[in-house]
Design a protein around this ligand. Sequence first.
Ligand code: ATP
Length: 237
Amino acid sequence: MAAPESVLAVNRLAASYGKVAALKSASLRVGAGEAVALLGANGSGKTTLLRTLCGFLPPAGGEVRLDGVAITGLPPHKIFALGIVQVSQGRDLFGSLSVLDNLRLGAARRRRPGPELAEVFDYFPQLRERQRQLVYTLSGGEQQMVALARALMSAPKILLLDEPSGGLAPRLVAEIGRIVNALKEKGATMLLVEQNLKLAAMVADRFYILRDGETVAEGDAAVLQADHKAFAHAYYL
Ligand code: ATP
């Protein structure tokens, strides 16, 4: 049987900040319904890869394909419209608007049929209760959830999650893990940058390791689930 077409295929992608070649040769694939973890030490190029995938940084080489179609070098709004949607720790929310308005804005920008508000609130019961509250008055963890909920409202083909555990207490990290797993059960496709190996082990099917801007290893997340400390040691994370 032929391998199913990847939703996202990245081949030898490179990107620079001026003379700093932050991404040299990153390659990965994410299949439909898969959650793939992108791991690597600080400064290895994970965030740069996400920024390049979203079109915020122009690629200096390599190729990106979405559902088999080359999209390398397209501007951010086109990439978003095609369905690559980044969730970045609640930093880009509209703080002076309510939870509901932020979610409606997510829906307003979508180009495909997507979920209803009620369906998205089912993943985030505490947001349903706080839907009239202004976003800047929410806790960091709640804002993270609004960011994820808003991304879902925009009907993504693939979600790029940038450190969803960032700055959260362990209880909330576990909660994010449960939500990501619930999304997976519904068939969501995700690429997840994560420093927290426990969370990566909880949600990922496969992993890639980035070192100095290059993909140096990949594998089944079972290795990570078995012993994440040994895993970190093996890959010098
Ligand atoms: P972390 O886990 O610490 O977030 P990362 O793997 O996401 O790290 P990047 O943020 O992608 O790593 O950084 C990769 C390299 O690019 C680093 O050497 C970093 O110093 C450099 N870099 C990142 N942003 C810029 C920038 N705006 N200008 C110049 N260099 C940058």
